[in-house]
Design a protein around this ligand. Structure first.
Ligand SMILES: *Cc1c(COP(=O)(O)O)cnc(C)c1O
Length: 457
């Protein structure tokens, strides 16, 4: 039944409306039909619940989902996650699931090497996603600079630590600053240029001024593929500034990182090889099911330093073998085999397969830009990656008008797009190619839906 359900969905998703009608009361009534006092049979619950779930979600695997960074999951990724659920390997300690732990290590090393970090220098861990990887980066940078915080906390620093990211960076850094106890005010957002990348001149000034004011800068975050517009900060320059100021340099390549696998897109990430640490989310451009993130660092030893604890109850084999137990190497304790869905996909499509998929998605992005321009839209972001932000060529719309048009497209069920406020001031429509099955016909359908929605507004 499970296989039948999965097959039907994968083959039939395109015939479903991309987005559901939202009706919370109806969902509550629906849940009332599943009684915990009077349980149903497995087949009934499986069929009924899966059937309902298909009616009540945005279908991110739909080729007309031009949305946030959610992919269509790869077939072998689905298989991998199913095996993980079935065998339920515990990756907290090496000895409970040594092959799984070694598999994740192999993936980390392979991707780190592609990104330009030397294989024998790299370390890392799989995470639930980009937010955890970014928090990991913040903690590592903090501990690297002030090892005393591990025992004595932030007050032992005797200064006010600050770090930098662009105003277009992901809000997970705000949460990371709060979670680490630094407070949101420790994140100094550097304004973006009109290209929506971090203004490096302003960054240099901010570091200098902050030092004069008694702050202690410790970290620069560059974004490789912003969530709003898919643009990449000037990573090489940021690396130079970080080195000159002896600051940790982290690159948040959660979405954009896989561009490294496509020769003609690789230059977009120039400078990433100088990062102290990198975030990359396989559950975005590498098309594996959620959740799968990666944290990679060239600072061997920093993860062990940041997360080490010693217990009497955890297995000890790893100590004798001098391999890292994941539970003393990352934020998580009990740990799912996050890497299997990526491993199964990579081991079957290879680097060449990923490269072809990513190239296809970039080409669909270029096609969308062309077709939009030919139909009275102006592209307002500059990137080679497949995020397209656009607005009408012949008139100025406020955010509310963009939102109405976006809503009309979503409501039509033919596609999912969204709106974005770029640089804090430029409203636009946003469409991202997230699906390896998106073809020219889907691009054409989107452009038609946009024309229709525009005429009605
Ligand atoms: C998606 C994203 C994140 C957050 O990652 P999650 O996997 O959602 O936790 C962080 N930074 C960037 C640039 C992202 O695109």
């Amino acid at each position: 039944e499970l296989v039948a359900q999965a097959e039907e969905y994968i083959e039939g998703v395109e015939s479903l409306p991309v987005a559901p009608v939202l009706d919370q009361a109806k969902l509550q009534q629906l849940l009332d039909t599943f009684s915990f006092d009077d349980p149903g049979t497995p087949i009934d619950v499986l069929r009924r619940f899966t059937g309902e779930l298909k009616k009540h979600q945005v279908h991110t695997p739909h080729p007309s989902y031009f949305g946030l960074f959610n992919p269509a999951p790869s077939f072998m990724g689905i298989i991998g996650d199913s095996i993980t659920a079935t065998l339920n390997p515990q990756l907290a300690g090496w000895s409970h699931s040594p092959l799984a732990v070694e598999t994740e290590r192999r993936l980390i090393e392979a991707f780190a090497e592609k990104l330009g970090l030397a294989r024998d220098e790299t370390d890392g861990c799989m995470t639930s996603g980009g937010a955890e990887a970014n928090l990991t980066a913040l903690l590592c940078a903090l501990v690297d600079r002030w090892p005393g915080v591990l025992d004595q906390g932030l007050q032992s620093i005797g200064a006010r630590p600050v770090f930098y990211a662009s105003s277009e960076s992901h809000h997970s850094f705000l949460k990371a600053a709060r979670t680490a106890g630094l407070g949101a005010a420790a994140l100094h957002l550097i304004p973006a240029t009109d290209k929506l990348t971090m203004d490096v001149a302003l960054l240099r000034m901010a570091i200098e001024e902050d030092r004069e004011l008694g702050y202690e800068p410790f970290l620069i975050v560059g974004t490789a593929g912003t969530t709003g517009a898919g643009v990449v900060d000037p990573l090489a320059e940021l690396a130079d500034i970080a080195r000159a100021n002896r600051l940790w340099f982290h690159v948040d390549a959660a979405w954009g990182g896989p561009a490294i696998l496509v020769p003609e897109l690789r230059p977009v990430l120039a400078g990433i090889e100088n990062a102290d640490s990198i975030t990359l989310d396989p559950h975005k451009q590498l098309s594996v099911p959620m959740g799968a993130g990666m944290f990679m660092t060239r600072r061997r030893g920093i993860l062990g330093k940041t997360f080490s604890v010693s217990t009497t109850y955890m297995p000890k084999e790893a100590e004798r073998l001098a391999v890292a137990d994941p539970f003393v190497h990352s934020l998580q304790w009990s740990r799912r085999f996050i890497g299997l869905k990526l491993f199964m996909t990579l081991a079957t499509v290879g680097w060449a397969g990923y490269s072809a998929i990513l190239r296809h998605q970039a080409e669909m992005g270029d096609l969308l830009r062309d077709r939009l321009r030919a139909n009275g839209w102006t592209i307002v972001n500059q990137t080679r990656l497949p995020v397209v932000c656009f607005t009408p060529s012949d008139q100025t719309w406020d955010m509310a008008t963009h939102q109405r048009v976006s809503d009309a497209v979503v409501k039509s069920g033919s596609a999912w797009i969204s709106t974005i406020l770029l640089g804090g001031s430029v409203p636009a429509l946003r469409a991202c190619i997230t699906n390896y099955r998106t073809q020219p016909e889907h691009i054409e359908k989107l452009v038609t839906a946009l024309t229709k929605a525009r005429e009605l507004n």
